[in-house]
Design a protein around this ligand. Structure first.
Ligand code: SF4
Length: 295
């Protein structure tokens, strides 16, 4: 049995007393028990297709081949994607069905297969990638996750994922607890980013400027510096020196934000620019809608 085959088998075993993610619910999802992510043993795909709204280095000319999963291991008060992440609706797919979908996106000309919110079904995603590679999938796989990741689970994805694209949501434990019920988020995300960087290194582009491998961290700036963005930048710079980051200024109040008056404000564009400058001074490379790294 190959290393990746063993890793896929171990990931499936983790689901029987689930510790796939740092929530550590220890429920037997293979027997129908549900943990915080409210997802059974199979993946539920909410939507899929070429997506042109991601960073230019992921979109290229063919679009990023996104596969959006229902459910999430986190439940952030301001979730910008809550219609998918907080409801379990869509098609249930086995690893073979998911591999078929990935291959169809590649045949349609997508630049990559972009698994969006894969953390809670990492076992299905890993097996699907193995099957798709055996059946000829050539384009990179993007692991587009919330940053609240278990390092042991990430280790079992080594060699299967070419591009890690984690959020790094908070630099401060108080806000992580207040908005995501995950006080340990900053420390967990920093360890996860370090592991991802160890596996895939700096973001690499081909001659067309399209990403072929590496780490791309995303940080959504919250109003009133609630995310403690400078601490996020410091944590990324420490875990992955010289890594690429997208500091995003498109926050809008959504989901349960109305329950927190401080989340109802808008983000000041001048603050976003100041944060980008700060990240550059800390040695990070910037990427975003109008900023593209050099090939
Ligand atoms: S993947 Fe789901 S069930 Fe498993 S530990 Fe995380 S939240 Fe709990």
């Amino acid at each position: 049995m190959s290393d990746s085959e063993q890793d896929v088998r171990r990931l499936h075993e983790l689901v029987t007393q689930c510790v796939l993610c740092p929530q550590g619910c220890e429920v037997d999802r293979s027997a129908g028990e549900l943990g915080n992510c409210r997802t059974g043993a199979d993946a539920v795909v909410a939507s899929s297709g070429p997506h042109f709204g991601e960073e230019p280095c992921l979109v290229g000319t063919g679009g990023s081949g996104t596969i959006f999963f229902s459910g999430c291991s986190l439940s952030c008060a301001f979730c910008q994607n809550h219609d998918i992440s907080q409801q379990i609706t869509g098609r249930e797919l086995t690893p073979i069905g998911l591999a078929d979908l990935a291959l169809r996106l590649a045949e349609a000309g997508c630049e990559n297969v972009n698994f969006v919110t894969p953390t809670h079904i990492a076992h299905v995603v890993a097996e699907a990638i193995r099957i798709a590679r055996q059946r000829g999938l050539k384009i990179p796989v993007v692991y587009n996750c919330g940053g609240y990741e278990s390092v042991p689970t990430l280790r079992m994805l080594e060699g299967l994922v070419q591009i890690y694209m984690p959020d790094f949501k908070y630099g401060d434990a108080y806000t992580a607890r207040r908005y995501s019920h995950a006080e340990d988020y900053p420390a967990v995300a920093q360890a996860a980013v370090a592991e991802m960087f160890r596996q895939v290194g700096q973001l690499r582009l081909d001659e067309r400027g399209v990403a072929v491998g590496g780490l791309l961290v995303r940080h959504l700036v919250l109003p009133n510096d609630l995310a403690a963005s400078r601490l996020v930048i410091e944590a990324v710079a420490a875990a992955a020196p010289g890594a690429t980051i997208n500091i995003m200024g498109q926050y809008h109040p959504d989901f349960r934000a109305a329950g927190h008056s401080e989340l109802m404000d808008r983000v000041d564009p001048a603050e976003v620019k100041a944060l980008r400058d700060y990240a550059a001074r800390r040695g990070l490379l910037l990427v975003g809608p109008n900023v593209q790294p050099r090939p």
